[in-house]
Design a protein around this ligand. Structure first.
Ligand code: SAM
Length: 482
């Protein structure tokens, strides 16, 4: 039997079934232990240090106790602390991105995904480079600067060379004042050599959802194809790091397995990356399984309701305070609004999950990966964020300035975010307002910028940011960054 070891490079040792089951038992036994819960909450609370706020985070066992606890006052306290952590590290900024589907050819058999090989009635499509350009122009015309590219796994139709060529094309398109400055990549688990190639192509984060940490369920849910191999999939982030990618994004597809099991597994994965590579995940995504062609989410009996979903989000925020958290348009406006307060730092907007969807006038459904719940335009999302006092940020500065991996974490931990990320957010928001926003959004945006500039602590930085924003308003100069 595999023994739990966060330092091991073997999937079944760092995501250890026995340790997860012990954790769940411990959490269940302590879910009403108010004294312990209060101690854990106290540990999670941000403390004011010399250089800003310091957070210790929580172990998977501690966080699992919180997740199991159903005492209303304690749950309220979790939400309060989650919001405090969010404000301490990320402030009121929300980074915006869009997914770009390159190809839905896939040789896997994932039972929850419409791209599965046996689905014969979904239209299969792979973008040509001209079509990639058309998609990128459409995305730039909306105002996007940051993409997450998505593709099914198919070595013949979507080999790594195809993905690399698409990345090159994406970075090469400069339409009007637009450009895509960060391409994150969500493709199937691959080799160290391929990860190295992705790194060399200048990608931002490598994202791979675990789907489920439960090995048996994983094998049932992925009955055929290369994705069936649990260890190869689970160890992918270690290979990505070996290939030089130090920003990796984790995620679980909630609804497939028992959420408490997934939660413990997810945190153990984060602890493993920290233990072995000295840096935890850059982001954690929290997708929930959705209706899609040939897929009925009700077929999965581990679906979670909105309140549980909110609690999971808050508990992740408490456990890994320095990790960005992403929510997609799988969720509707109401759920997104609630979760933004509990720790989410990135959202997608104006998304289309079909291959070639952005260049189409009407939202196409025939190649879609899942139904999009939040169908608002990017301008509507930006305006809504500001109405709710979140600063929409199109910033991509960190990785372009070499602040990846532990260097990004250092920025968080030394409280420099307000002197760095905040002006970057405001300058990129000004670009959006000047080049793409509706008059109403533009008006609200500049009012917000005027208010938010005053929150930049260092006077010199504030003055430079003000000057750059003036330049953006009065010229075609773009892409200022700290
Ligand atoms: N093919 C790559 C892989 O297997 O990792 C990544 C791309 S896949 C297009 C992106 C993610 O969409 C998957 O990892 C899965 O979690 C999610 N997904 C698949 N089917 C879904 C559904 N019905 N509802 C919500 N999300 C889904």
């Amino acid at each position: 039997m595999a023994i739990y070891d966060p330092n091991s490079l073997k999937a079944e040792e760092f995501i250890n079934d026995e340790e997860i089951l012990e954790t769940l038992k411990y959490a269940e036994a302590n879910k009403n232990n108010v004294e312990l819960i209060d101690q854990i909450l106290e540990k999670a609370r941000p403390k004011k240090g010399e250089k800003g706020y310091v957070c210790s985070g929580l172990t998977h066992r501690e966080a699992s106790v919180l997740l199991a606890c159903e005492i209303p006052e304690e749950v309220e306290e979790m939400y309060k602390i989650a919001e405090e952590i969010k404000m301490a590290y990320y402030g009121n900024r929300i980074v915006i991105f869009a997914p770009l589907y390159l190809s839905n050819y896939c040789i896997n058999g994932c039972v929850y995904c419409p791209y599965h090989l046996k689905n014969k009635h979904i239209a299969r499509k792979k973008l040509t480079q001209d079509e990639v350009r058309a998609e990128v122009i459409a995305l730039q015309d909306m105002g996007h600067k940051r993409l997450a590219i998505e593709a099914g796994e198919d070595p013949k139709n979507n080999p790594i060379e195809y993905i690399l060529e698409c990345i090159k094309t994406i970075y090469s398109v400069h339409h009007k004042n637009g450009d895509i400055r960060r391409v994150n990549v969500n493709i199937a688990a691959t080799t160290v050599e391929n990860y190295r190639k992705l790194k060399e192509a200048g990608i931002g984060t490598y994202i791979l959802f675990q789907e489920t940490y439960h090995k048996k369920s994983y094998e049932t849910l992925h009955p055929t194809g290369p994705k069936h191999d649990y260890a190869y999939h689970t160890e992918a982030m270690d290979r990505a790091m070996e290939g030089g990618i130090d920003d990796v994004g984790l995620g679980v597809l909630f609804g497939l397995e028992m959420y408490k099991y997934e939660f413990a597994g997810l945190l153990m994965h984060a602890e493993h990356l920290e233990a072995v590579h000295g840096v935890g995940p850059h982001t954690i995504s929290v997708p929930r399984v959705k209706h899609a062609d040939d897929i009925d989410p009700d077929a999965f009996d581990n679906g979670i309701d909105d309140d549980t979903f909110a609690k999971i989000t808050a508990c992740i925020r408490l456990a890994v305070p320095y990790t960005g958290m992403i929510i997609s348009t799988r969720e509707n406006q109401e759920v997104r609004g609630k979760l933004l307060r509990l720790g989410i730092s990135q959202i997608s907007g104006g998304s289309r999950t079909s291959v070639g969807g952005y260049a189409e006038e009407e939202r196409p459904h025939d190649t879609e990966q899942f139904d999009v719940s939040d169908q608002r335009t990017l301008d509507e999302v930006v305006n809504w964020l500001m109405e709710n006092d979140h600063v929409p940020s199109f910033c991509t500065a960190c990785y372009r300035e070499g602040r990846t991996g532990d260097r990004f974490m250092a920025l968080c931990k030394t409280g420099q975010i307000l002197n760095c990320c905040h002006p970057n957010a405001l300058m990129t928001l000004a670009e959006y307002l000047e080049d793409y926003a509706s008059p109403e959004t533009k008006k609200r945006g500049y009012e917000m910028i005027a208010r938010e500039l005053e929150r930049i602590p260092r006077e010199k930085t504030r003055e430079i940011a003000k000057q750059h924003i003036e330049d953006i308003r009065n010229s075609n100069r773009r892409d200022f960054r700290f």
